[in-house]
Design a protein around this ligand. Structure first.
Ligand code: FES
Ligand code: FES
Length: 159
């Protein structure tokens, strides 16, 4: 049986009528053509499908669309403000923390959620916070450096 679900994606209200158990990832990519969140493991193990739901890191491959009724979703497409990249995006660019790029949207959104909760993380907290995101290109050193750089810049900007 289909249900109608209304939620916000990157500030825009969206309504879909679909099976309630369909993964949010599938609805975003196939119905709404928002392809920043990636499909990889499909089992909640790799972080490629990460989005923010009401600001919280959420694995969209294991989140049924019916669970986001009335919620606010942010994907990588909604992070920049016009031409200005989010500080985390800018830091990934500046550190060269992108190889094939497949993991990058999930990495960036996980880092955004991490820095929102822990604005001045230790190296251990960065490692721990990014632990659920896998990079098959093994770019972990630069990704870690990017998160550290983003944290410093965001701290500076908030002074
Ligand atoms: S595709 Fe969702 S966690 Fe891997
Ligand atoms: S940059 Fe290729 S998977 Fe991370």
């Amino acid at each position: 049986m289909s249900v109608t679900v209304t939620f916000t994606v990157n500030g825009q209200s969206r309504t879909v009528t679909t099976e309630p158990d369909r993964p949010l990832l599938e609805v975003l990519r196939e119905d709404l053509h928002i392809t920043g969140p990636k499909y990889a493991c499909g089992e909640g193990q790799c972080g490629a499908c990460t989005v923010l739901v009401d600001g919280k890191r959420t694995l969209s491959c294991v989140t049924p669309v019916s669970a986001v009724e009335g919620k606010s979703i942010t994907t990588i497409e909604g992070l920049a403000q016009g031409d200005k990249l989010h500080p985390v995006q800018q830091a990934f660019l500046d550190e060269g923390a992108v190889q094939c790029g497949y993991c990058t949207p999930g990495m960036v959104l996980t880092a955004v959620a991490l820095l929102d909760k822990t604005p001045n993380p230790t190296d251990e907290q960065i490692t721990e916070g990014m632990n659920g995101n896998i990079c098959r290109c093994c770019g972990y050193t630069k990704i870690h450096a990017a998160v550290r750089r983003a944290a410093s810049r965001m701290q500076e900007a908030s002074k």
